[in-house]
Design a protein around this ligand. Structure first.
Ligand code: SF4
Length: 378
Protein backbone atom coordinates (compact mmCIF):
# COMPACT_ATOMS: atom_id res chain seq x y z
CA UNK A 1 0.00 0.00 0.00
CA UNK A 2 1.44 3.35 -1.05
CA UNK A 3 1.22 6.37 1.26
CA UNK A 4 1.23 10.07 0.33
CA UNK A 5 2.03 13.33 2.08
CA UNK A 6 0.21 16.50 1.00
CA UNK A 7 1.12 20.00 2.26
CA UNK A 8 -1.23 22.90 1.58
CA UNK A 9 0.47 26.28 1.05
CA UNK A 10 -2.25 28.95 1.41
CA UNK A 11 -0.63 31.90 -0.39
CA UNK A 12 -1.30 33.39 -3.84
CA UNK A 13 -0.14 36.68 -5.35
CA UNK A 14 -3.73 37.62 -6.25
CA UNK A 15 -7.11 35.86 -6.15
CA UNK A 16 -8.47 34.42 -9.40
CA UNK A 17 -12.10 35.27 -10.17
CA UNK A 18 -13.39 31.74 -9.64
CA UNK A 19 -11.22 30.67 -6.71
CA UNK A 20 -12.81 29.02 -3.71
CA UNK A 21 -9.66 27.43 -2.26
CA UNK A 22 -8.30 28.22 1.18
CA UNK A 23 -5.74 30.80 0.15
CA UNK A 24 -4.88 34.45 0.80
CA UNK A 25 -3.22 37.19 -1.22
CA UNK A 26 -1.76 38.63 2.01
CA UNK A 27 1.99 38.09 1.74
CA UNK A 28 3.03 40.03 4.82
CA UNK A 29 6.23 38.65 6.39
CA UNK A 30 4.42 38.39 9.73
CA UNK A 31 1.72 36.10 8.30
CA UNK A 32 4.26 34.03 6.35
CA UNK A 33 6.30 33.50 9.51
CA UNK A 34 3.23 32.60 11.55
CA UNK A 35 2.23 30.06 8.91
CA UNK A 36 5.61 28.35 8.69
CA UNK A 37 5.94 28.25 12.47
CA UNK A 38 2.46 26.72 12.70
CA UNK A 39 3.33 24.16 10.03
CA UNK A 40 6.49 23.18 11.96
CA UNK A 41 4.39 22.62 15.06
CA UNK A 42 1.89 20.51 13.10
CA UNK A 43 4.68 18.42 11.53
CA UNK A 44 6.12 17.69 14.99
CA UNK A 45 2.68 16.78 16.31
CA UNK A 46 1.97 14.46 13.35
CA UNK A 47 5.31 12.73 13.93
CA UNK A 48 4.51 12.15 17.60
CA UNK A 49 0.93 11.04 16.84
CA UNK A 50 1.57 8.71 13.87
CA UNK A 51 5.27 7.82 14.24
CA UNK A 52 7.85 7.93 11.47
CA UNK A 53 5.54 7.28 8.52
CA UNK A 54 7.12 6.18 5.25
CA UNK A 55 5.83 8.05 2.21
CA UNK A 56 5.91 7.24 -1.50
CA UNK A 57 4.93 10.74 -2.59
CA UNK A 58 5.19 14.34 -1.43
CA UNK A 59 2.87 16.92 -2.97
CA UNK A 60 3.06 20.67 -2.30
CA UNK A 61 -0.25 22.18 -3.38
CA UNK A 62 -2.26 25.28 -2.68
CA UNK A 63 -2.44 28.15 -3.15
CA UNK A 64 0.76 28.77 -5.02
CA UNK A 65 3.73 26.89 -3.58
CA UNK A 66 5.87 28.11 -6.48
CA UNK A 67 5.68 31.67 -5.13
CA UNK A 68 7.52 30.70 -1.94
CA UNK A 69 11.11 31.68 -1.45
CA UNK A 70 13.95 29.16 -1.51
CA UNK A 71 14.57 29.47 2.28
CA UNK A 72 10.86 28.80 2.96
CA UNK A 73 10.69 25.69 0.78
CA UNK A 74 14.09 24.49 2.05
CA UNK A 75 12.90 24.78 5.64
CA UNK A 76 9.70 22.88 4.86
CA UNK A 77 11.47 20.08 3.01
CA UNK A 78 14.08 19.74 5.78
CA UNK A 79 11.34 19.50 8.41
CA UNK A 80 9.22 16.85 6.66
CA UNK A 81 12.31 14.83 5.76
CA UNK A 82 13.49 14.81 9.35
CA UNK A 83 10.05 13.91 10.73
CA UNK A 84 9.20 11.18 8.19
CA UNK A 85 10.85 8.71 5.85
CA UNK A 86 10.53 8.83 2.07
CA UNK A 87 11.15 5.95 -0.30
CA UNK A 88 14.24 6.27 -2.42
CA UNK A 89 12.32 6.90 -5.64
CA UNK A 90 9.57 9.03 -4.11
CA UNK A 91 7.56 11.31 -6.38
CA UNK A 92 7.90 14.95 -5.31
CA UNK A 93 5.43 17.27 -7.01
CA UNK A 94 5.10 21.00 -6.65
CA UNK A 95 2.21 23.02 -8.08
CA UNK A 96 3.56 25.83 -10.19
CA UNK A 97 1.98 28.97 -11.57
CA UNK A 98 3.42 30.02 -14.95
CA UNK A 99 5.52 33.13 -14.41
CA UNK A 100 6.95 31.93 -11.08
CA UNK A 101 9.52 29.82 -12.84
CA UNK A 102 12.83 31.62 -12.57
CA UNK A 103 15.56 29.19 -13.44
CA UNK A 104 17.64 29.67 -10.28
CA UNK A 105 14.64 28.85 -8.13
CA UNK A 106 13.76 25.80 -10.21
CA UNK A 107 17.30 24.47 -9.96
CA UNK A 108 17.13 24.83 -6.17
CA UNK A 109 13.78 23.00 -6.16
CA UNK A 110 15.31 20.22 -8.19
CA UNK A 111 18.24 20.04 -5.77
CA UNK A 112 15.71 19.65 -2.94
CA UNK A 113 14.27 16.59 -4.68
CA UNK A 114 11.40 18.02 -6.78
CA UNK A 115 10.97 15.68 -9.75
CA UNK A 116 7.51 16.65 -10.98
CA UNK A 117 5.85 20.00 -11.68
CA UNK A 118 2.10 20.46 -11.95
CA UNK A 119 1.69 23.58 -14.07
CA UNK A 120 -1.51 25.62 -13.82
CA UNK A 121 -1.74 26.56 -17.53
CA UNK A 122 -5.59 26.60 -17.54
CA UNK A 123 -5.86 27.89 -21.14
CA UNK A 124 -3.67 28.95 -24.05
CA UNK A 125 -5.56 32.14 -24.94
CA UNK A 126 -4.48 35.38 -23.23
CA UNK A 127 -8.03 36.73 -23.40
CA UNK A 128 -9.41 33.74 -21.46
CA UNK A 129 -6.60 33.87 -18.90
CA UNK A 130 -7.37 37.54 -18.30
CA UNK A 131 -11.06 36.79 -17.88
CA UNK A 132 -10.21 34.16 -15.25
CA UNK A 133 -8.17 36.72 -13.32
CA UNK A 134 -4.97 34.72 -13.82
CA UNK A 135 -1.73 36.70 -13.62
CA UNK A 136 0.05 34.81 -16.39
CA UNK A 137 0.06 34.91 -20.17
CA UNK A 138 0.66 32.19 -22.78
CA UNK A 139 4.22 33.46 -23.12
CA UNK A 140 4.76 32.91 -19.37
CA UNK A 141 3.61 29.30 -19.79
CA UNK A 142 6.20 28.66 -22.49
CA UNK A 143 8.98 30.40 -20.56
CA UNK A 144 8.22 28.41 -17.43
CA UNK A 145 8.18 25.09 -19.29
CA UNK A 146 11.59 25.88 -20.78
CA UNK A 147 12.96 26.87 -17.38
CA UNK A 148 11.58 23.68 -15.76
CA UNK A 149 13.29 21.58 -18.42
CA UNK A 150 16.56 23.47 -18.08
CA UNK A 151 16.39 22.67 -14.36
CA UNK A 152 16.27 18.98 -15.39
CA UNK A 153 12.72 18.36 -14.20
CA UNK A 154 11.26 16.31 -17.03
CA UNK A 155 7.88 15.32 -15.60
CA UNK A 156 5.55 18.28 -16.25
CA UNK A 157 1.81 17.87 -15.83
CA UNK A 158 -0.45 20.54 -17.37
CA UNK A 159 -3.79 21.68 -15.91
CA UNK A 160 -6.43 22.86 -18.36
CA UNK A 161 -9.87 24.27 -17.62
CA UNK A 162 -13.01 23.82 -19.64
CA UNK A 163 -16.48 25.34 -19.66
CA UNK A 164 -15.01 28.84 -19.20
CA UNK A 165 -16.98 32.00 -19.89
CA UNK A 166 -16.63 32.83 -23.58
CA UNK A 167 -14.52 29.71 -24.30
CA UNK A 168 -15.24 28.07 -27.65
CA UNK A 169 -14.64 24.49 -28.69
CA UNK A 170 -11.89 25.81 -31.01
CA UNK A 171 -10.17 27.55 -28.08
CA UNK A 172 -10.20 24.36 -26.08
CA UNK A 173 -8.95 22.23 -28.98
CA UNK A 174 -6.13 24.67 -29.54
CA UNK A 175 -5.17 24.42 -25.84
CA UNK A 176 -5.14 20.63 -26.05
CA UNK A 177 -2.92 20.77 -29.13
CA UNK A 178 -0.50 23.08 -27.36
CA UNK A 179 -0.27 20.63 -24.43
CA UNK A 180 0.65 17.87 -26.87
CA UNK A 181 3.18 20.01 -28.79
CA UNK A 182 4.80 21.20 -25.57
CA UNK A 183 5.28 17.62 -24.38
CA UNK A 184 3.03 17.47 -21.29
CA UNK A 185 3.59 14.22 -19.40
CA UNK A 186 0.04 14.46 -18.10
CA UNK A 187 -2.99 16.64 -18.90
CA UNK A 188 -5.53 17.18 -16.12
CA UNK A 189 -8.90 18.68 -17.02
CA UNK A 190 -10.96 20.80 -14.64
CA UNK A 191 -14.52 21.91 -15.27
CA UNK A 192 -15.06 25.44 -14.04
CA UNK A 193 -17.06 25.34 -10.82
CA UNK A 194 -18.87 28.53 -9.99
CA UNK A 195 -19.02 29.36 -6.27
CA UNK A 196 -21.51 31.88 -4.97
CA UNK A 197 -19.12 34.18 -3.10
CA UNK A 198 -16.58 34.60 -5.90
CA UNK A 199 -16.64 37.34 -8.59
CA UNK A 200 -17.79 34.65 -11.07
CA UNK A 201 -20.59 33.67 -8.67
CA UNK A 202 -21.81 37.26 -8.63
CA UNK A 203 -21.66 37.51 -12.43
CA UNK A 204 -23.65 34.31 -12.68
CA UNK A 205 -26.32 35.61 -10.32
CA UNK A 206 -26.56 38.71 -12.53
CA UNK A 207 -26.92 36.44 -15.59
CA UNK A 208 -23.69 37.80 -17.10
CA UNK A 209 -21.25 34.90 -16.92
CA UNK A 210 -21.90 33.38 -20.35
CA UNK A 211 -20.76 29.77 -19.91
CA UNK A 212 -20.71 27.36 -22.88
CA UNK A 213 -23.85 25.21 -23.08
CA UNK A 214 -24.09 21.56 -22.03
CA UNK A 215 -23.69 20.26 -25.61
CA UNK A 216 -20.61 22.37 -26.24
CA UNK A 217 -19.18 21.17 -22.93
CA UNK A 218 -19.81 17.51 -23.87
CA UNK A 219 -18.12 18.07 -27.28
CA UNK A 220 -15.07 19.59 -25.54
CA UNK A 221 -14.73 16.49 -23.35
CA UNK A 222 -15.06 14.21 -26.40
CA UNK A 223 -12.44 16.30 -28.23
CA UNK A 224 -10.04 15.91 -25.30
CA UNK A 225 -10.43 12.12 -25.38
CA UNK A 226 -9.83 12.02 -29.13
CA UNK A 227 -6.94 14.50 -29.37
CA UNK A 228 -5.05 13.18 -26.36
CA UNK A 229 -5.62 9.48 -27.14
CA UNK A 230 -4.43 10.04 -30.74
CA UNK A 231 -1.31 11.68 -29.31
CA UNK A 232 -0.49 8.61 -27.17
CA UNK A 233 -1.95 9.64 -23.82
CA UNK A 234 -3.79 7.08 -21.70
CA UNK A 235 -7.15 8.23 -20.40
CA UNK A 236 -6.35 6.69 -17.02
CA UNK A 237 -8.87 8.58 -14.88
CA UNK A 238 -12.08 10.47 -15.67
CA UNK A 239 -10.30 13.82 -16.06
CA UNK A 240 -6.67 12.75 -16.40
CA UNK A 241 -4.58 11.69 -19.37
CA UNK A 242 -0.95 10.61 -19.10
CA UNK A 243 1.86 9.34 -21.29
CA UNK A 244 2.56 5.67 -20.47
CA UNK A 245 4.16 5.36 -17.03
CA UNK A 246 3.66 9.06 -16.22
CA UNK A 247 0.36 8.95 -14.29
CA UNK A 248 0.43 10.93 -11.05
CA UNK A 249 1.48 8.50 -8.33
CA UNK A 250 0.18 10.87 -5.66
CA UNK A 251 -3.32 11.10 -7.10
CA UNK A 252 -3.41 7.35 -7.66
CA UNK A 253 -3.10 7.00 -3.87
CA UNK A 254 -6.44 8.83 -3.52
CA UNK A 255 -8.10 6.84 -6.28
CA UNK A 256 -6.85 3.53 -4.87
CA UNK A 257 -8.29 4.62 -1.51
CA UNK A 258 -4.89 4.29 0.15
CA UNK A 259 -3.55 6.31 3.07
CA UNK A 260 -2.36 9.91 3.05
CA UNK A 261 -1.49 12.61 5.55
CA UNK A 262 -2.55 16.18 4.73
CA UNK A 263 -0.84 19.08 6.51
CA UNK A 264 -1.80 22.76 6.44
CA UNK A 265 -5.18 24.53 6.49
CA UNK A 266 -8.17 22.65 5.03
CA UNK A 267 -6.07 19.58 4.19
CA UNK A 268 -7.74 16.19 4.63
CA UNK A 269 -6.01 13.01 5.81
CA UNK A 270 -6.93 9.35 5.72
CA UNK A 271 -4.95 7.25 8.16
CA UNK A 272 -5.70 4.19 10.30
CA UNK A 273 -9.25 4.03 8.91
CA UNK A 274 -10.06 7.63 9.93
CA UNK A 275 -10.74 10.48 7.54
CA UNK A 276 -10.04 13.83 9.16
CA UNK A 277 -9.46 17.52 8.64
CA UNK A 278 -7.56 19.42 11.32
CA UNK A 279 -8.67 23.00 10.53
CA UNK A 280 -11.00 24.38 7.86
CA UNK A 281 -9.37 27.79 7.24
CA UNK A 282 -6.11 29.69 7.62
CA UNK A 283 -7.00 31.67 10.76
CA UNK A 284 -8.37 28.64 12.62
CA UNK A 285 -5.28 26.67 11.52
CA UNK A 286 -2.87 29.26 12.93
CA UNK A 287 -4.79 29.62 16.18
CA UNK A 288 -5.09 25.87 16.76
CA UNK A 289 -1.42 25.18 16.03
CA UNK A 290 -0.31 28.06 18.26
CA UNK A 291 -2.52 26.79 21.10
CA UNK A 292 -1.51 23.15 20.37
CA UNK A 293 -5.19 22.30 20.23
CA UNK A 294 -5.06 19.08 18.20
CA UNK A 295 -8.78 18.29 18.12
CA UNK A 296 -9.82 17.70 14.53
CA UNK A 297 -12.46 19.86 12.88
CA UNK A 298 -13.85 16.81 11.05
CA UNK A 299 -13.18 13.22 12.05
CA UNK A 300 -14.92 10.15 10.65
CA UNK A 301 -13.96 6.61 11.49
CA UNK A 302 -15.08 4.65 8.44
CA UNK A 303 -16.96 1.40 8.91
CA UNK A 304 -15.96 -1.59 6.76
CA UNK A 305 -19.03 -0.89 4.62
CA UNK A 306 -18.03 2.76 4.11
CA UNK A 307 -14.46 1.78 3.22
CA UNK A 308 -15.71 -0.66 0.61
CA UNK A 309 -18.06 1.95 -0.84
CA UNK A 310 -15.21 4.46 -1.14
CA UNK A 311 -12.96 1.88 -2.79
CA UNK A 312 -15.79 1.17 -5.25
CA UNK A 313 -16.46 4.83 -6.14
CA UNK A 314 -12.78 5.78 -6.37
CA UNK A 315 -11.91 2.67 -8.37
CA UNK A 316 -14.66 3.41 -10.86
CA UNK A 317 -12.90 6.66 -11.73
CA UNK A 318 -9.96 4.68 -13.11
CA UNK A 319 -9.54 3.19 -16.57
CA UNK A 320 -9.08 -0.33 -15.20
CA UNK A 321 -12.43 -0.12 -13.40
CA UNK A 322 -13.27 -2.07 -10.28
CA UNK A 323 -13.32 -5.88 -9.99
CA UNK A 324 -16.19 -7.46 -8.05
CA UNK A 325 -13.86 -9.27 -5.67
CA UNK A 326 -12.47 -5.95 -4.39
CA UNK A 327 -15.82 -4.91 -2.90
CA UNK A 328 -18.24 -7.84 -3.13
CA UNK A 329 -20.75 -6.41 -0.63
CA UNK A 330 -21.14 -3.16 -2.57
CA UNK A 331 -21.72 -5.06 -5.80
CA UNK A 332 -24.43 -7.09 -4.05
CA UNK A 333 -26.06 -4.05 -2.46
CA UNK A 334 -26.05 -1.95 -5.63
CA UNK A 335 -26.75 -4.62 -8.20
CA UNK A 336 -30.12 -3.15 -9.25
CA UNK A 337 -28.69 0.30 -9.81
CA UNK A 338 -25.59 -1.02 -11.54
CA UNK A 339 -27.87 -2.89 -13.93
CA UNK A 340 -29.86 0.30 -14.64
CA UNK A 341 -26.66 2.22 -15.41
CA UNK A 342 -25.35 -0.61 -17.62
CA UNK A 343 -28.70 -0.67 -19.50
CA UNK A 344 -28.42 3.11 -20.01
CA UNK A 345 -24.89 2.71 -21.44
CA UNK A 346 -23.06 4.49 -18.65
CA UNK A 347 -21.29 1.42 -17.26
CA UNK A 348 -20.08 -1.91 -18.61
CA UNK A 349 -18.75 -5.21 -17.33
CA UNK A 350 -15.72 -6.95 -18.77
CA UNK A 351 -15.79 -10.31 -17.02
CA UNK A 352 -16.09 -9.41 -13.34
CA UNK A 353 -14.79 -5.87 -13.70
CA UNK A 354 -17.11 -2.88 -13.87
CA UNK A 355 -16.02 0.33 -15.59
CA UNK A 356 -17.48 3.62 -16.80
CA UNK A 357 -18.09 4.14 -20.50
CA UNK A 358 -17.10 7.49 -22.06
CA UNK A 359 -20.64 8.73 -21.55
CA UNK A 360 -20.52 7.49 -17.95
CA UNK A 361 -17.25 9.36 -17.40
CA UNK A 362 -18.72 12.60 -18.71
CA UNK A 363 -21.76 12.12 -16.44
CA UNK A 364 -19.70 10.76 -13.53
CA UNK A 365 -21.13 13.09 -10.88
CA UNK A 366 -24.70 12.08 -11.82
CA UNK A 367 -23.71 8.40 -11.97
CA UNK A 368 -22.16 8.48 -8.48
CA UNK A 369 -25.08 10.57 -7.18
CA UNK A 370 -27.56 7.99 -8.51
CA UNK A 371 -25.63 5.10 -6.96
CA UNK A 372 -25.11 6.69 -3.55
CA UNK A 373 -28.07 9.02 -2.92
CA UNK A 374 -30.53 6.29 -3.65
CA UNK A 375 -28.61 4.11 -1.26
CA UNK A 376 -28.72 6.66 1.55
CA UNK A 377 -32.48 6.96 1.08
CA UNK A 378 -32.93 3.20 1.57
S1 SF4 B 1 -3.75 30.46 -8.34
FE1 SF4 B 1 -5.17 28.78 -7.81
S2 SF4 B 1 -5.33 28.83 -5.57
FE2 SF4 B 1 -4.43 30.81 -6.23
S3 SF4 B 1 -6.15 32.21 -6.43
FE3 SF4 B 1 -5.82 31.31 -8.48
S4 SF4 B 1 -7.17 29.50 -8.51
FE4 SF4 B 1 -6.97 30.13 -6.37
Amino acid sequence: MAKGLYVHIPFCQTRCHYCNFVTTADHSPVLQKRFFDALSTEIKYARSRFGKLVFDTLYLGGGTPSSLSIPEISRLVAEVRSAFDFRRDFEFTIEFNPGDGEETKLKEFHALGVNRVSLGCQAFQDELLKRLGRRHTVEDIIKTINAVRRAKIENISFDLMLRLPGQTREDFNQSLQRCVELGASQVSLYDLEVHEKTPFGKLQQAGKLGLPGEDEHARMYEDAIKILSDAGYEHYEISNFAKPGMASRHNLIYWHNEEYLGLGPAAFSYLEGVRFQFAPGLESYLEKCEAKDWKNNIEDRLSEEEKETETFVMGLRLKEGIPKEKCPEVFKRLQGRIKTLCDEGQMKFTGNTLWLTERGKFLAEEVFGFLLEKEMAK
